[in-house]
Every structure is written in structure tokens, then in C-alpha cells.
Design a protein around this ligand. Sequence first.
Ligand code: GAP
Length: 538
Amino acid sequence: MPLDMDKLVSLCKRRGFLFQSSEIYGGLNGFWDYGPLGVELKRNVKEAWWRDMVSGHDDRTTLPGAPEPYEMTGLDCTIIMHPQVWKCSGHYDLFHDFMVDCRESKRRYRHDQVRGRWVEAKGQRIFVASQEGGETGLAETEQRALKFFNLRAKNAEELAWQGPLVSLTTVADFSLVLGPDAKTLGTLTEPREFNLMFKTYVGALSGEEGAAFLRPETAQGIFVNFKNVLDSSRVRVPFGIGQVGKSFRNEITPRNFTFRSREFEQMEIEFFCHPKSSPDWYRYWRDRRYRWYLDLGLAGDHLRLRDHDRDELSHYSCGTADIEYAFPFLPPGEFGELEGIAHRGDFDLRSHMEGKLARKGDELVVEEGADGKPRHRGSGKDLSYRDDLTGERYVPHVIEPSAGADRATLAFLCQAYTEDMAPDENGKPTERVVMKFHPRLAPIKAAVFPLVKKDGMPEIAEQIYRELKPRFPVFYDEKGAVGRRYRRQDEAGTPYCITVDGQTLQDQTVTIRDRDSLKQWRLKAGDCAAELERLLRG
Ligand code: GAP
């Protein structure tokens, strides 16, 4: 059964994973806050990424699939950078979507996200638009067409549909379009460019002199620090720089929970290598990053690696693959991007050296303005690399695995949500909701309970809690029936519950319960830390 997204959204709010930003004021579209459980979950996602990709990387071993050993290091750059960064990166000129406005509903849509169907009835042919795809889109366009042509559902066969749902980008004549929220035809404006970067002003200058942008990606901070990292550390090519941090995009239609937000976090690596070995490194990173999601619990049939067609590639890329997840809010068979792995060639380093580059045939050349001068000047700094062993000097090629921390967290939430049957305290099978997070990602690793709040059980349970707390995020709970406490921890995704009961008073053993198998076993109270360590290590 596909997951009902409403159930997940409601659990996220009820149990404190995610809240709408500024909710008491009605919320702000495209902005989300992580609650007490959500902040731990997202931190665990980011920490797993940082540890597996950067701080825990073994730079003396050739990892499976890698052409040779490589080094990894990290950075933490500012959100506001010199405006020239965005001119040379191409974001100032090219980072836009096309939007259309509806004069009737006053709503705004992303041109490429509106779909619709051509239909003819009563001698008139129109394009009925919708923001939905799949079955929902088909049902919605049918309802709206019936209403537009003033037909009853029993006369639906009078609607002559011409083809499947197609993008609004295929429609030339907007006077024939019934907008997604309109009652009359021809209310959508022509598509207009809309730059996605948030603009702000630095210092007291409010004119263009002080204008700056909130970064739309963390990647550029890495490129402009390439030379600093080379000069200040002893890294040699091939090596990678990782960064985790906020990015901002003024998305026209933020939607699907946190999937498309206006403020989000990225986990990006820029990997610098010799041009000749770059295709091998591209394949290595593509496969390594795909495996990372599988290892943390995303199901293989919900995850796919998709190589881009040539016409899909970004302005800088000569090879890109997406890691995609079958998010439950998408129509069946559709996948949403979790991470892109791009072969960016030397586009970024050269742009920051020479000025904004553009493709001319097969070559990258500095783009010229109408006056024949470079459109946007680069820094003029030498960002090439000299191999001190071979003496060769070159501009390294870059492989960029670029992941979204919020999208990954959302995918882990969707994957974890499970409804099953489990015995209640009387042994009767009852429905339960359980978040089956990978133990590394679980916000709380174990909960400690006294079976009842008397006979010295709370004191023993508190002692176990105190022993565990400095080493693991654990939770103590003595309120309410123990069955209900188990259920609360199942919803929080806590993999283990430790319970002090009557037998503990006699033989100092406690029970430990596994969230997924519901198996329980006994162990000495003093062995809880070692047992938890063993279980979490897997
Ligand atoms: N430096 C390359 C880059 O930024 P991207 O495909 O635009 O590439 C990388 O973004 C990742 O960032 C995406 O795969 C996605 O996980 C995340 N991301 C991008 N836009 C997002 C948004 N509006 N909301 C949430 N995550 C987003």
C-alpha cells in the first residue's frame, strides 16, 4: 500500500518532527521548522554524511570502485558572498524559472509544472490545465472540463479528449487555456523569467551598490576557496572538499512538504581530479552516493539512479546522474530528485579565473557582452594546480555530488513510516504506527522505563538512564501504561526500549525490546551500555 502522505504530515506535526514555519501567524509558504525529534533526525542525516564522506574518510586506502586513494577535507563558508561570485557562476544570468500568472485567481505557477489535456466539446477545443499529474491530474481535468462545458458527469462521453496530460510548455496559444484555478479561458499571462536568488542589501547602502544575494547553493563557496585550501593544507589532487549548509531559492511554487522549500540545507562535495581520470571518478561518486542511501535504509525499489540525457545537462555539465526516490506524493511510477552527481569539467574554476564562460560549439569560451568585453570578469587569480611529482600544471576537473539534507530527511521519513499489527499489553494484536529508521538515523537510540512507578523500579531505571545518557541520546519515561510508552517510542522511531520490572528487583536483569521484530530478551542492568553499543554498531 502506498503511504498516505497526510498521515505522515500529521505524525510529523503531532510527534514534533516538522512544523510549518511561523505557524501561529498562519505560516510562510516554503519554510519549515524541525521540532525536537526532527532536529535530531536531520542532524543524524548530516552527521552520517559528514562522517562517511569527509571526517571518517580513509585517505590511505583505495576504496572499492575508486581509481586510487584520495583525500577529503571540509569548509564552512558564508551565505552571503561577493556578488561577482554569482555573475561568474552563471546564477545571475541563468538561474531562473519561467512563471505564469493567472489574472483571475491571482495565483502564480511555474510554467513547466503546469500540465493539462486538450479536450473538445460543443464545437470548442480547449486546454484544461492542472498542477497535478497522474490519476489525480486526469480526474481533476475531467471535473473542470465538465464544469466549463456545463455538462453532467453522466454526459462525460461528450468530452472528446485529445491525447494524454502534457506540459503547458507545449502550448503556444494561451487564449485556449483554462488555468489551473480559473473559470474562464485565457487568464494566464505569457511566461516570464524569474530569478530564483533572494536579493538583499549589505550595510547601509540600499542601492545596487550594496546589493547581494543569499547563496542558492553551497558549491560556489568551495570553488572560491579552492586556492586557500590548497595553500593552507597539504592536500594533493585528487581530493574533495565537503560542505553542509543553508541555501536559499525563491521557488515559484514551493510544495510537497519540505521537498521544494525556499530555505533548505545542502550537503555538497566538490571533488578535484585530473581531467583524464575524471570519467572514472564520476562513475565512482555516482555509485558510492547511490549505495549510501541504500545502506541507510532506502528501499532499492524506491530508489533509482538515472543518467541525464544530453539535452537535460546544465550549462556547465558534460555528464550528470540523479539519485531519485519514489516519494509518495508523486504519481505512481514517478521519482523525485534526492541528489545530483555532476561532472562539471573545469567550468567553475575557469569561470572564477577568467570570467563567465559559455559554450561555443564544443568549447567553453569567456562570454562577451554587446561591447565585445567579457560579460562578467573573473577574479584573475590563478586557480590551476601544479603536480609537484610530475611538474604538470592543469585546471582540475570537478565531480560534484550535491545532496539535499531536507530531501534526504524527507525520504528517510517516508521510508520509515510503517503501519503494522503488534500485541498490546493484554496480548491482543492492535494496529501500530512505527517509524523504522536505521539506528544511525533514529533521533532517540533507546528509551528506559520502569514497569510501574513504585517498588524501587524508577530508581533503578533512572540509574540506567544516567549511565547511558553521556554516551547515547536516550529518553526516560515513567508516565502511563507501559504499552502506551512503547507505542510512543515506536512512533518516534526509537530502536530499543529497556524496561525495569519485578524480576529486576530479584536478579538485576532488565528486558530490552527490539522496535521492528518486537523480540524481547533479558540482560544484566549493568550491561545495557555494552549491549546498546553492540546493537547500534549492527
Ligand atoms: N550545486 C549544484 C546544485 O545545487 P541542484 O540540483 O540545484 O544542484 C542539489 O541541488 C540538491 O539540493 C537537490 O538534489 C536537492 O536535494 C536539493 N534542493 C535543491 N533545491 C531544493 C529545494 N527548493 N528544496 C529542497 N531541496 C532542494
